[in-house]
Design a protein around this ligand. Structure first.
Ligand code: AMP
Ligand code: ZN
Length: 478
């Protein structure tokens, strides 16, 4: 059947046809590294991961680019509020770069613990200021900008399709109207309410920590331009898929499209826009800037494995809002445990796998493919996995199919089974050594020193050293 994705641009499911056959260029908006990622943010990255894993499993060569925002992201996406990085650095008494490094590492530590595949390219905004300046020059050359109050603005009235992604009307956006912009204190330099800053020179952040020279004066970039500049650099002027949370539709991604297409003149900049719904708590939004959020570590501190949270996320479709509670996380933990327990008990010997080769199993794989290809329906795909586990045979072929499905789920099922086997091996080795220690003690008691020495030597040959003391004999592996 092939992949079908719900494209926000057009609001319909569309067959995935990449620009280059067999390849997929993918850009996912990355973290703003002024604080830990919260578990809502991690939902977005698990969604990207499922997409990438699914495409790779289907044979696509995926180039996955992720930005790290370490400059210019104000607390409101529409140029209002404080600079998130600067504020965090001030509060913590550190430099902006120290804060960025610390939270970037923390981010990849968390994504690693959740088995989220590392992107092919990770690019920091501060390393790409030249690319941003060059892109802004193109936008300016093509007549989409104006300078006011020291800042360079993008004029949305010059870009007729502005707002298409968000299904917003340009006329409303010009005036502010019933849109995001109505609630924001208006920047009087803006000609239209929806205009946005491409380059700041003068602003309320006079002591901005990071500033660069530019044709428009010493200053720093607006937030949105980094994603346009870096995606174009690494994926080309047109590419296949762009993703992020639904909060990015009305401003950030709308502005990214306007900038990119204004600069290159090529349309569409991105063919497929995938947006994940929010993870919510107590019917409220989880927000990093408000400080009221849960981190992955806080789940670990409550006794959960990061993969329990991954399993929890797989149980909801990425386009449905997901309500988080510790009760439901506990449900996911129990379900994951019964999944791994069942695999362990059903498949005693994980070594003897030579691929999926019988028709019954192939039909399970086909059901799985259908679920994943249908806009990444992980809840349905999980049901297929459970069906195979419950009703399928205990054959190597069935186990191969389970591992194949887990290339998408990323639950580490193969490692779990092998580690469990190693754990069994460790346990049986320990039992054997304890028995030999008893036999050696008995041999010594019977004054059969040759037999006792033989036991010690045979263990030493296997790298196990016996240490006698008045309290008995201990052993250690070397
Ligand atoms: P940020 O670090 O704030 O730029 O956000 C990183 C990603 O997480 C973006 O794609 C956001 O759209 C997404 N995001 C933010 N909050 C949530 C949430 N509660 N649930 C799901 N995704 C979210
Ligand atoms: Zn972005």
């Amino acid at each position: 059947m092939g992949f079908v994705f719900f494209n926000t641009l057009g609001r319909e499911k569309q067959a995935f046809n990449p620009i280059c056959e067999g390849k997929a260029g993918f850009y996912g908006c990355g973290p703003t590294v002024y604080n830990y990622a919260h578990i809502g943010n991690l939902r977005a990255y698990v969604h990207h991961d499922i997409l990438i894993r699914s495409l790779r499993r289907a044979g696509f060569e995926v180039n996955h680019v992720m930005n790290i925002t370490d400059v210019g992201h104000l607390s409101d996406d529409a140029d209002d509020g404080d600079d998130k990085m600067v504020k965090s650095a001030e509060e913590r008494g550190k430099s902006v770069l120290e804060i960025a490094d610390f939270y970037t590492q923390a981010f990849f530590y968390d994504t690693g613990r959740m088995n989220i595949t590392r992107p092919s390219v990770v690019c920091k905004a501060t390393d790409h200021i030249n690319e941003m300046i060059n892109l802004i020059k193109e936008i300016e050359k093509n007549g989409f900008t104006y300078s006011a109050g020291g800042n360079l603005y993008f004029d949305i009235s010059k870009f007729p399709s502005y707002g298409d992604l968000a299904l917003l009307k340009l006329d409303d956006l010009k005036a502010g109207g019933q849109t995001e912009f109505a609630r924001i204190e208006q920047d009087e330099n803006k000609r239209n309410a929806g205009d946005f800053v491409l380059w700041f020179t003068k602003s309320k952040f006079e002591n901005q920590a990071l500033v660069w020279d530019s044709p428009w004066g010493r200053g720093y970039p607006g937030w949105h331009i980094e994603c346009s500049a870096m995606s174009i650099k690494y994926l080309g002027e047109q590419f296949d898929i762009h993703a992020g949370g639904i909060d990015h539709i009305p401003i950030h991604h709308t502005n990214e499209i306007a900038q990119s297409e204004a600069a290159t003149g090529k349309k569409p900049w991105v063919r497929y826009w995938l947006h994940n719904e929010f993870l919510v708590m107590d019917k409220g939004k989880m927000s990093k800037s408000s400080g009221s959020f849960l981190t992955l570590q806080s789940l670990v501190d409550e006794g959960f494995d990061p993969l329990d949270y991954r399993y929890f996320l797989l149980g909801g479709h990425y386009r449905s809002q997901l309500q988080f509670s510790f009760e439901s996380l506990k449900g996911a933990k129990n379900a994951r445990k019964s999944l791994t327990d069942k695999i362990r008990s059903k498949f005693a010997n994980p070594d003897n796998i030579d691929g999926v080769n019988d028709q019954e199993i192939i039909s399970h794989i086909e059901d799985f493919d259908k679920a994943i290809e249908d806009d990444l329906n992980t809840p349905r795909a999980l049901a297929v996995l459970w069906g195979l586990l419950k009703d399928g045979p205990a054959s190597p072929s069935a186990l191969a199919a389970i591992f194949d499905m887990d290339r998408v789920f990323g639950l580490g099922l193969e490692d779990d089974l092998k580690n469990n086997k190693n754990a069994d091996t460790d346990e049986s080795l320990a039992r054997e050594i304890e028995e030999l220690i008893i036999k050696r003690a008995e041999a010594k008691k019977a004054k059969d020193f040759a037999a006792a020495d033989n036991i010690r030597q045979s263990l030493k040959d296997r790298g196990i050293i016996l240490e006698d003391s008045p309290n008995g004999t201990a052993w250690r592996q070397i």
